[in-house]
Design a protein. Structure first.
Length: 232
């Protein structure tokens, strides 16, 4: 890989800005000043620094974000803030959200730049379960739990069986689904003569949102996290 392309891809600056840094002698390659943008480097082996700061090679990134309300699940939008606006650190890697959460829904969302990772989690054939905490207008009943287990009739047909359970707080419940129809949970509750007041995704697969991950912040996924997602 060319040195200027590497530095640009790692977010140091545009190709023009990178060439200026090289001319100024601000870039070192294996402890030696390097001024040629065309020099070929191995990003896995060579040590590159800009103004004394090491530039690590990052190809793929996998993040867990605790999404606040008011942000939409998109890469960019002219009218609303997006979940990507919360992650300045990796915007140069063309990151995007895995799936979507509604603007007024909060909680666990994954961010990556890996299309295959996205496919593994979002493909309808994978059936990766997702669990949501719900605060509803009414307390759910045993009949509601049975209905969810058999599937709820929506305009486009019957949903797949969903697991519904009562929470310990007033009008709190938890629902696990394995598909992602438009506004699915809100529509399922509406179908049983109930309305969702608050909605938060708390788990994908066996990967749970951590209590100490503050809204609007994120962390990198670990090898254990991948196992909980059923990917390793």
């Amino acid at each position: 890989m060319r040195l200027d392309k590497f530095l640009s891809n790692m977010g140091v600056g545009s190709r023009t800005e990178v060439k200026q840094l090289l001319k100024q002698g601000a870039v070192t390659l294996n402890s030696q000043k390097e001024k040629s943008p065309k020099v070929q480097i191995n990003p896995d082996i060579d040590q590159i620094k800009v103004n004394g700061k090491s530039i690590a090679y990052i190809d793929k990134v996998y993040l867990m974000l605790n999404k606040p309300k008011g942000y939409i699940s998109a890469t960019r939008d002219d009218l609303h803030q997006t979940v990507i606006d919360l992650i300045d650190e990796y915007d140069y890697l063309d990151i995007f959200p895995v799936g979507r959460l509604d603007k007024d829904t909060e909680g666990l969302i994954l961010i990556t730049n890996d299309g295959e990772f996205n496919h593994q989690l979002m493909s309808p054939t994978k059936h990766v379960p997702k669990t949501y905490e719900v605060f509803s207008e009414k307390t759910i009943t045993n009949d509601d739990i049975k209905l969810f287990k058999t599937g709820i009739e929506l305009s486009e047909g019957l949903t797949k069986p969903a697991h519904l359970e009562l929470g310990v707080k007033d009008k709190q419940s938890f629902v696990t689904i394995s598909e992602g129809k438009y506004h699915q949970i809100k529509r399922m509750y509406h179908a049983i003569d109930n309305e969702v007041k608050e909605l938060k995704r708390v788990r994908i697969g066996e990967l749970s949102l951590e209590d100490d991950l503050i809204q609007g912040t994120y962390r990198h996924l670990t090898e254990q996290d991948f196992k909980k997602l059923g990917l390793k």
